[in-house]
Design a protein around this ligand. Sequence first.
Ligand SMILES: Cc1cc2nc3c(=O)[nH]c(=O)nc-3n(C[C@H](O)[C@H](O)[C@H](O)COP(=O)(O)OP(=O)(O)OC[C@H]3O[C@@H](n4cnc5c(N)ncnc54)[C@H](O)[C@@H]3O)c2cc1C
Ligand code: SF4
Length: 492
Amino acid sequence: MSLIQGNTVTEATAVSTQVCIIGSGAGGSVLAAGLAARGVGVVVLEAGPYVTRKDFSQSEGEAYPVLYQDRFARATADAAIAVLQGRSVGGSTTVNWTTCFRTPDRVRAFWKAEFGLDLDLDSHFDAVEQRLNISEWPVENANNATLKTACEALGWEWSRLRRNVKGCANSGYCGLGCPYDAKQAMLVTTIQDLLHAGGRLFSDTQVDRIEHSGGKATRVHATANGHAVTVTADKVVVAGGAINSPNLLLGSDIDPNGLVGKHTFLHPVVAVTGIYPQVIAGWTGAPQSIGSHEFIEREGPGWFMECPPLQPMLASAGFLGFGAQQHQFMAQLPHISSFLSILADGFHPEAPGGTVTRRGDGRPNIDYPVSEGLADAMRAAHIAMAKAHLAAGAEVCATLHPEPIELRSEADLSKLEEAPYGALEHSIFTAHQMGGCRMHSDDTQGVVTPDHKVVGFDNLYVVDGSVLPTSLGVNPSETIYGLAHRAVDLLA
Ligand SMILES: Cc1cc2nc3c(=O)[nH]c(=O)nc-3n(C[C@H](O)[C@H](O)[C@H](O)COP(=O)(O)OP(=O)(O)OC[C@H]3O[C@@H](n4cnc5c(N)ncnc54)[C@H](O)[C@@H]3O)c2cc1C
Ligand code: SF4
């Protein structure tokens, strides 16, 4: 077993290995474990800390600054979209809400037609579903029950969601790290497989640059506890996730076809809250157990609906009012149910995604314009969610505008027709970042080829959510697990 906690490193360190993987999230750790199981020498470098269930106190104040990128304050450059993204061993899987979907057929057909990608992922999904115990979750909390009731009342499609859990206590705190090791996140599955197979993992080790010459990655330069960590490897894999992977490539002067950072997708999320006569207590119970794809194939940008967990800090972060308004909102929290509409970007000209560039100080800059068409889709989603809350028995529902718009009956829905939906005019966030290093079958149109190789390089790969050529219209983790599992065959 070889875990090196970077914050204990006391001198410059140089290591060599067969494969160096940068990032230990959904992509990096599935690949690392698969390679190590085949006897390949693997070193994983992870910027975030190695924290385990004994560190997961279920306190939002303690968890968010440690487990999320930019201490939970990551956002687009205009601050219009809050970006929730993980940063610890296990990446975003340590804090994700456990919903698992295979890549939908309609998305695979789109990729084949538009990008020439015909990826055979089914056997890889079978394998990761077994390792991560992915299966349907049979009970919904009151928050998710309202979505089911609404869909049934309105005749909308809905389904029970699948989760990667084993022995889940139904606590509802997945977003703060699972204190029971029930979430089958990378931390307790593939990271342990990697370590037991002899792989090496450096936590708290930030990769600054990939040195290269003549189409070959020659060395990886990182920093741990103020000391240089240098890795020489036959193959180098970037798996820092969307946003960070393109930023690292740009900082290493790697930009095939001028496309690195382009086509970045966020699955922008908008929400409407409903206040119910009964207690909802949306902070307890599996965060997401019911979903609806009723609106995914509409004419404009489509969306799918789920419910978020409602821990107090998370709930209050989405509410844009201050002072007495904020106090009033929080006083109602026990009776609040919230619906999310998660917009699929990359499929429609009005939802083309955004761009990651690198700032002068080395940090990623995320530009994500909210087009008029996207704003219209957000309005349509708000109308649908408000209708759903009313159908499920909410006494009143409210939008997340700075001055919340309250609706008490269907007659009030017309108020939303005039409401503003541009950037900074209402609350938008993302928990699903994708793209920025897109995969394409044509070497002149992508950053990586279908075998994950960076165009123009012999031994440099990207294996994470950044390779997706569009968003997915479903939660992305299982697609990334499947792609990484497939990449084991390609790299071994
Ligand atoms: C709050 C939340 C809830 C979510 N809920 C769900 C859900 O229910 N279902 C679902 O399917 N998806 C969910 N997701 C999204 C899902 O977890 C991610 O899409 C997935 O983990 C992305 O995998 P990845 O490998 O691309 O990146 P990540 O899993 O984010 O891993 C990337 C890792 O690389 C590290 N890294 C980055 N740059 C460097 C560097 N330069 N040097 C060293 N290390 C680096 C990062 O610190 C990070 O640990 C959620 C995400 C969040 C934040
Ligand atoms: S709901 Fe289940 S998986 Fe999530 S934190 Fe609680 S016990 Fe862990």
